[in-house]
Design a protein around this ligand. Sequence first.
Ligand SMILES: [Zn+2]
Length: 60
Amino acid sequence: MPLPKRRHSKQRGRKRRTHYKATIPALTECGNCGEAKMLHHICPSCGFYRGEQILEGKEA
Ligand SMILES: [Zn+2]
């Protein structure tokens, strides 16, 4: 296995990571209650996903 000859400096690693950016999560409106929800996720406010009740309890 090849090994790096020298350890990179903190500055070098940090400079590389300046291109890493936090992305805004893809939000959409829930088809059941209209609340903002993440795509491909169960609605956190009513527990619906693809027109079906998945989670019980917190019904709108
Ligand atoms: Zn909902």
